[in-house]
Design a protein around this ligand. Structure first.
Ligand code: GLC
Length: 523
């Protein structure tokens, strides 16, 4: 083993476990269902830990399993310090953590500080209280504009589409950057901070190794809540003036979170930070803030070697350590982004080798190791609140369909119940874990092999990369000092490989040459 990590999470050379870890995101609703209600749960995750150990991931990120009316599938939290009965109970969570740790797998969980559910006791109390009351001060309530306050306080739109304000019976409005069932908290209120710290400690004391912080760029709102530029993208990723996200005040919140984590050595936090450039991203990674922040650039870059190289260079130059990801539960699966079908799968396999060759941290999303693409769902099956406000074409459900484990037809042992919360496609029989496990050419075998090499092979040492000249539509880089060479071919013709021993290729070589839509590792 290249890495030896002691109990506190510190490696032999002083590195920390998360600095080059491969995390695996489990969308709990869709991973494994133990009780036959058609919805995944914590016991289901525990029952599949053997698979995750075999796959070779270092750590898990579990999406929200807290008490919730599920308007946004758990990102609307009614009690952040309890497990929703849909997913199990605290005992099931403790059992999952204990068994994961026994298998050498770290457990990190989502925390959702920006908003609560509208069913949270605080929000119910706020609705029952009068304008200006301490109960309302925990959220962002304002009077409206216009002679009788009939217009929202400003022009902000929700990230799911539609206005970011909802009016309550006494005429005031409350802010929700997401669904109306997700009122934004007011972080200028000390009670809100104290409650977040309590939540962090609650789970740290139960043994979690870290957190993924939801909407980590959204918690601070600027004084006066000025209008946004109406051309700004609802998701907050454009460079137009957009005071909804990435306000300077957010950094003080991260400093406070970091202080809590520093009391628990070996723990970490990764932020979901959608900002338009790497310089802004780097601000979240200052030594007293987040340990990691997702770099979503690979998700946003099309399958083109020059574009990918530009993305990688900019990222490595700015925000360290880089936290790479190709997909998650909010975006299209990479197979579909790259065009779908057999070509989409080839390209996704190639990009997996590129991503896993890079220095830094990698987050995988459950199902990508099986080469799953988006699933076409009938509009009536859509459950995502974004589909409601922005239309079925914007539904994230297409990338959230349950995982196929075994057998020849839905529900493929995800559940004993054929009525899974999203329908599973008939044509996934060849993509089940069972079908891929022993097939050396499968996408699952590619991921297993790649993860094993990345973990154990000395060629992956070092945080630097050097670029080589490469034919048009291709790139090649070398990791230093380890020496791993990674080649990507996005052109339409096969290309010769540089000299060296081939460690792994994303598809079979053709007469010793790397075909289009493929990547190779050499030493
Ligand atoms: C994050 C989550 C997303 C959720 C939103 C609101 O972007 O990843 O799934 O809808 O926050 O909590």
């Amino acid at each position: 083993m290249r890495r030896s990590v002691d109990g506190r999470g510190e490696g032999a050379n002083g590195s920390l476990w998360w600095q080059d870890a491969v995390f695996y995101q489990i969308y709990v609703r869709s991973f494994a269902d133990s009780d036959g209600d058609g919805i995944g749960d914590l016991e289901g995750v525990r029952s599949r830990l053997g698979y995750l150990e075999l796959l070779g991931v270092d750590a898990l990120w579990l999406t929200p399993f807290f008490r919730s009316p599920m308007a946004d599938h758990g990102y609307d939290v009614a009690d952040p310090r309890d497990v929703d009965p849909l997913f199990g109970d605290l005992a099931a969570f403790d059992a999952l953590v204990a068994e994961a740790h026994a298998r050498g797998i770290k457990v990190t969980i989502d925390v959702v500080p920006n908003h609560t559910s509208s069913e949270h006791a605080w929000f119910r109390a706020a609705l029952a209280a009068r304008p200006g009351s301490p109960e309302r001060e925990r959220y962002v309530f304002r009077d409206g504009r216009g002679p009788s306050g009939e217009h929202p306080p400003n022009n902000w739109v929700s990230a799911f589409g539609g206005p970011a304000w909802t009016r309550v019976p006494d005429g005031q409005w409350y802010l929700h950057l997401f669904a109306p069932e997700q009122p934004d908290l007011n972080f200028a209120n000390p009670e809100v901070h104290a409650d977040l710290e309590r939540t962090l400690r609650f789970w740290l004391n139960r043994g979690v190794d870290g957190f993924r912080i939801d909407v980590a760029h959204g918690m601070a709102k600027p004084p006066g809540l000025p209008d946004m530029d109406p051309r700004a993208d609802p998701s907050g990723m454009s460079s137009y003036f957009d005071p909804r996200f990435d306000n300077d005040g957010v950094h003080e919140i991260h400093q406070r979170i970091r202080k809590v984590l520093d009391e628990y050595p070996g723990t970490m936090a990764v932020g979901e930070v959608w900002v338009p450039d790497e310089e802004r991203l780097a601000r979240y990674l200052r030594p007293d803030e987040l340990h990691l922040a997702f770099n979503f650039r690979l998700v946003l870059t099309h399958f083109d070697a020059d574009a990918m190289r530009g993305t990688i260079e900019r990222s490595l130059a700015n925000a360290q350590p880089s936290t790479w990801t190709l997909s998650n539960h909010d975006v299209w699966r990479q197979v579909s982004r790259y065009g779908g079908g057999a070509q989409g799968v080839l390209r996704a396999r190639a990009m997996a080798l590129v991503e896993l060759a890079l220095p830094g941290v990698v987050y995988l999303y459950n199902g990508e190791e099986l080469g799953l693409g988006n699933v076409e769902l009938p509009p009536e099956a859509m459950a995502d609140p974004r589909a409601r406000t922005s239309g079925a074409a914007h539904s994230r459900d297409v990338a959230r369909v349950p995982i196929p484990w075994e057998g020849g037809e839905p529900p493929f042992a995800f559940s004993t119940n054929a009525a899974t919360w999203l329908p599973m496609p008939e044509d996934w029989a060849a993509l089940t874990v069972e079908a891929q496990l022993e097939d050396t050419g499968s996408t699952l075998s590619l991921y297993r092999h790649a993860l094993e090499l990345r973990r154990d092979h000395p060629a992956f040492d070092g945080g630097e990369i050097e670029w080589y000249g490469a034919p048009a539509g291709c790139f090649a880089f070398r990791r230093a000092p380890g020496g791993l060479v990674c080649v990507l071919n996005t052109s339409a013709s096969p290309v010769a490989l540089p000299p060296g021993e081939v460690l792994l290729t994303s598809t079979e070589l053709v007469e010793g040459r790397l075909p289009p839509d493929a990547a190779a590792w050499l030493v």
